[in-house]
Design a binder for this molecule. Sequence first.
Ligand SMILES: *[C@@H]1O[C@H](CO)[C@@H](O)[C@H](O)[C@H]1NC(C)=O
Length: 126
Amino acid sequence: MSSNHTLLLTILVFFLGSIFCNVTPAFGSKTHADSWIPVKNLNGPKLVKIGKFAVGEHNNKANSNLMFDKVVKAEIHQGYGIEYNLTIVAKDGARNDKPKTYVTVVVYDQFMDSSHLVSFKGPIYV
Ligand SMILES: *[C@@H]1O[C@H](CO)[C@@H](O)[C@H](O)[C@H]1NC(C)=O
C-alpha cells in the first residue's frame, strides 16, 4: 500500500471515529449542561499540563506574559475530545502584581494527543 493510501485510511478512521463519538452522547438522557464532571485532584499532572497550555496559548495570542500558578477549579466534559473548563490563578510576569483568576476552556483530542484553546477569560473577581 502506498503512503497516500495509508494517509487516506488514517483520515477515514479518524473521520468515522469522530462521527461515532459525536453521535453517542445523543443517546444519553443527560443534556450538555449537566454532563460536566468536577475534577477533585487539582494538582494532577494532566490538569496542570492543560492549565499551563492554556496560559501559554493565551500569551501567544494576546502577547501577554502570564505565568501559570495553579488550578483552583476544574470540570471536564467528554465529547469528541475532553473539554476542560478550568479556573486558574496566574501572575503577570511583566508587572509585579498580585495573582489573578482566569477561566479557560481547552479541548484535548485523545486521538491526536493535541490540545486546543477554546476560550480564555479574565481576570475575573471571585
Ligand atoms: C466554566 O466554569 C466557570 C466557573 O465555574 C463557569 O462560570 C462557566 O460558565 C463554565 N464555562 C463553560 C463553558 O461551561
